[in-house]
Every structure is written in C-alpha cells, then in structure tokens.
Design a protein around this ligand. Structure first.
Ligand code: ADP
Ligand code: MG
Ligand code: ZN
Length: 501
C-alpha cells in the first residue's frame, strides 16, 4: 500500500475541518426545554417548539449567542455587529421542522485563526467562521424479529444549541488535523462553552480532504468524510482517504466531490452521497426571528471574562516558572490542571531559582505520580483531594530530609485517597526518615559488627563495599534511614577503624 509519506514527494494533502460542538447552556436554542438530553428518558425534554409543531415560535437563547461570541474571540475572529438566522431546508426524519435554523451568509464570528504545533514549529490555521444553529433529533435504526428494519426517534436532542466552527483548507497532513482538533477542544473547554467530547457526541468533526500534485496552485476536488467518533478515527480516516485518493489519481481516475462515511471496523471510507450544493438547501432568512444586533459593549463584556488561553498560558509557564516546553504543554492542556499547578506554586514565597526549582518539582509530581493515580482511578483533577497546602508540605518534608522520595510516594498515595495532611499520614504509618545521628549510629554499628567481610574489604581500600553496608543499614531501619546520612556515618566510623589499625 502506498503510504502518505511515500507519496508526499509528489502529492500534497489538503485538509479543512468542520466541527460541530454542542454548547453548555441550560436550555435549548429556541425554547425553554432542558438541553441536558443525555441522561433524560427518550422524548421527555420536548415542547411544541422543538417538536416543530405548526404555529410554535422560536425565541433566541442569549447565552448561546454569548458562547459563540466567546468562542469567536478566543479564536481571534471578528464579531459581526449585525447577524441573522436562516432556514436550511432538507428532508430527513431527524429534522422536526423539515428545516434547520442555522446561519448562512452572516455568521456571528468570522476570519480568525488557531495556532497548532507542527514538527516545524507553530502554524496558524485559518478559522473561516463560527456560526450558531440547532441540533437535530436522534435516530436509532433497529431490526425486528422478522428481519424488518425500523427506526426509533428520540427528540430530546432536537433544538440543543450547536456551534459550527469551519476551518480554512490550511492543514497539510492528518497529524496537523489532529493537532487542530486537540487544540480546539482544549480552548472550548478552557472557555467553558462546551464539554467538547467526541466520544459522547457533543463534538463532531466532518473532515474535508483533497490531494494535488505538489506545487499545483489549485486544490483538487474535496471529499467530505463523516461518522468518526474519536480523534484517532479522524486521523485514521484521513490517512486512509489520502492514500485512496492518491492511488485513484495515479490510476487515472477522477476524484469526484462527494460525502463518504468512515467504517471504523473495516478501516475504510465508502461513498454515502454525492455532495449537495448550497442551492440544494434553499436557504432564506428565518422569518420567525428578528435579526440579531451585537453591540460593541456586549463584545467587550465577553472579552473581559475570557480566561487566559492554553497557548498563552503555556508560554507564561515557560517564562514565569522556567518549565521545559514539555511540562508546560502537559500542564496547560486542561484548565483545571493548570489552575491546580498554580494554586500549589503560588503558596510558596520563593522567587528566582528557588521558584523554578519548586515549580519543576510540583510539575514532576503532578505529571508522574498524580498522573498515574488519576489514570488508575479514572478520576478528574477537578475532584482531587490533595490540598495545595498539603502538596507543598509534602515537598518540604522531602527537601528537609524527613521523608525519603519513596516514603513520600507512599504518603502521596494516601493523601490522594484521604486528603489528609502529609505529616499526619507519615506519623501514623511510621514513615519518618531517621535523621537522628544517635539512632542511626546504632544501626550503623550493628551493620559494621555483623558484616566483617565487607568491612575488611573497605578497610583494604575497596570503597564500593560501603554501598553494601548502606543497604544493611536500610534493612536494619526498615528503610527509614536517610541514605546520605547513613553513608556519611559509615565512612566516618570505618575511617576511624582504619586509623586505629
Ligand atoms: P461546502 O460549501 O461544500 O461546505 P466550503 O467551501 O464551505 O464547502 O468548505 C467546507 C470545508 O471544506 C472547509 O473546512 C474548507 O476548508 C474545506 N475545503 C474546501 N475546499 C477544500 C479542498 N479542495 N480540499 C480540502 N478541504 C477543502
Ligand atoms: Mg459545509
Ligand atoms: Zn422545546
């Protein structure tokens, strides 16, 4: 099979993404029904408006507009001062009214960009537009005991606010498309407008892809791929489709503009329908809604509550805390992680090198130990029981030598479960490192007395023999000895022995 990398020398892949993301409003887009359709029993969150009954009139959800403005600003878009809704007509049983209220030629936001990371550095991807529309009902296709097909309809989802974010055809590989989606998801979650979860179906991606001979100024005909339900399947589908198109072109076939479905288990795309054109939808302005005027004051209000975005925060983490890019990246993808990190670090009054050292320690503990515990328990960082205060105290216990690193890991695990302060846990579990010279001295004497062979080896000049003896001290103290201190004491006593010989 020809791989994309093999053909990259002759062909260029062109990708543009259309993402639909549900907005986290309490009520639906044009009625007062609850938008929380996921856990509601089928057909319980419905009314005359979202059922599409004749005579019912839509009322605009201001919060949804607010969220699209917020998204537009986060993506560096212009916000339209004047916008409107349009009817997009198409016959399909999941569409209660026979048309969807959407936005055609005057989206709320347009002309933005999203920066992604590629192997060669940061690359801006154009954001064509962000517009607002309504989600459709859900169909469940079934087969009865006689083998006849039928469909069940759950209307709860109909009318849930849906935002569409359309990119420019600026991506040049499946990897870039995946970076775009990851970055977009992170931003939408940061600004709190969507839970942006592809597996749960509230973040959906249609991927448009074409290939062209390298250096060609024109784009090839694009194919739109649908039905992917994870970032991984988007990547796989694009990879597969790029290869299919290159093979087809090489065999002299013409690529036709069409919509293809992705079959996850077969790992291939298949023709669904030849692509419809805008005129097929017979768009016209929605007569039941007034145009929407977005005053500058509204935009300013939204701008004021916009949080620092992940890319900016990552850069700040690198500058302010001296963190490596790798750490800064992992700590800032999820807002709650970055917030937690800063709530720990900000408890310290350290500055300069000391602050950077602390930041790196906190980062290590978060990315390694905490990351593992969250993974194992399937918990979210937002539910974490370890208080920032406890976190800092634990690090202090390690740096002052009260706890060894391995003891600290045990304490950390217990803190993760109970949220108790580290000193209390360490005491209850008897996990305090022996730093007391007298106490440690007894163990050192015992180790020397009961291991004459390594002792004489050391005395004869084999310095490494001390390592075995340190191991013995650790065994005698059941791991509680402070190893550098034990080493030092052992050497002092052995050297004294040597002199007295
Ligand atoms: P349509 O009207 O068919 O929806 P648009 O021009 O609105 O087409 O583009 C839809 C998406 O397809 C956008 O994300 C855009 O970037 C992408 N796109 C457009 N042309 C191409 C192409 N030749 N190859 C890949 N993607 C494309
Ligand atoms: Mg489109
Ligand atoms: Zn309703």
């Amino acid at each position: 099979m020809t791989s994309v990398s093999q053909v990259a020398a002759e062909y260029e892949v062109v990708i543009g993404l259309e993402v639909h993301s549900q907005l986290l409003t309490e009520s639906k887009m044009f009625c007062a029904c609850s938008a929380a359709y996921q856990d509601a029993p089928p057909n319980t969150t419905v009314c005359a408006v979202c059922l599409g009954l004749p005579g019912a009139l839509p009322v605009m959800n201001r919060k949804a507009v607010d969220y699209v403005i917020r998204t537009g600003l986060a993506l560096g878009c212009n916000i339209s001062g004047f916008t409107k809704f349009d009817r997009k007509n198409y016959p399909y049983p999941d569409l209660m009214k026979g048309y969807q209220i959407s936005q055609y030629d005057q989206p709320i936001a347009y002309g933005g960009r999203l920066e992604i990371e590629t192997e060669t550095g940061i690359k801006p991807i154009g954001v064509t537009r962000v517009h607002l529309e309504e989600d459709v009902a859900k169909l469940f296709h079934r087969t009865d005991e006689f083998g006849d097909n039928y469909s069940l309809l759950d209307i709860n989802r109909a009318g849930v606010p849906l935002m569409e974010i359309v990119s420019e055809p600026d991506m040049r590989s499946p990897d870039e498309a995946r970076s775009y989606l990851t970055q977009l998801q992170s931003i939408l979650r940061y600004i709190g407008v969507s839970s942006a979860n592809m597996e749960e179906g509230n973040f959906r991606c249609d991927a448009n892809i074409s290939v062209r001979p390298l250096g060609s100024p024109e784009f090839g005909a694009k194919v739109e791929i649908k039905n992917m339900n994870s970032f991984r399947s988007v990547h796989r589908a694009l990879q597969h489709e790029a290869e299919r198109q290159v093979r087809a072109v090489n065999e002299g076939e013409e690529i036709v503009q069409e919509t293809r479905g992705w079959d996850e288990s077969a790992g291939l795309t298949f023709t669904q329908r030849t692509k419809e054109y805008a005129h097929d939808y017979r768009y016209f302005p929605e007569p039941d809604l007034p145009p929407l005027v977005i005053e500058q004051g509204w935009v300013q209000d939204v701008l004021r509550v916009l949080p620092e975005l992940p890319a900016a925060r990552k850069q700040r983490f690198m500058h302010e805390y001296g963190l490596p890019e790798y750490d800064a990246n992992l700590l800032t993808i999820v807002k709650a992680t970055a917030d937690y990190f800063e709530s720990v670090v900000s408890l310290s009054e350290a500055s300069g090198d000391a602050l950077e050292q602390l930041a790196k320690q906190v980062s290590n503990w978060m990315l390694v130990e905490l990351g593992r515990l969250l993974n194992e328990t399937g918990r979210e960082i937002s539910e974490i029981k370890i208080t920032p205060q406890g976190f800092v105290e634990l690090l202090a216990l390690v740096s002052e030598g009260t706890l060894s690193t391995s003891m600290a890991k045990t304490v950390f695990e217990e803190m993760f479960v109970s949220g108790k302060p580290p000193a209390e846990i360490a005491e209850r579990q008897g996990l305090v490192q022996i730093n007391d010279v007298d106490k440690l001295g007894n163990a050192v004497d015992e180790a020397i007395a009961s291991n004459p062979k390594p002792v004489s080896e050391y005395l004869e000049g084999k310095e490494q023999a001390v390592r075995f003896l340190v191991g013995q001290v650790m065994r005698i103290t059941r791991g509680k000895a402070n190893p550098p201190m034990a080493t030092q004491l052992l050497k002092e006593r052995l050297d004294a022995l040597r002199q007295s010989e």
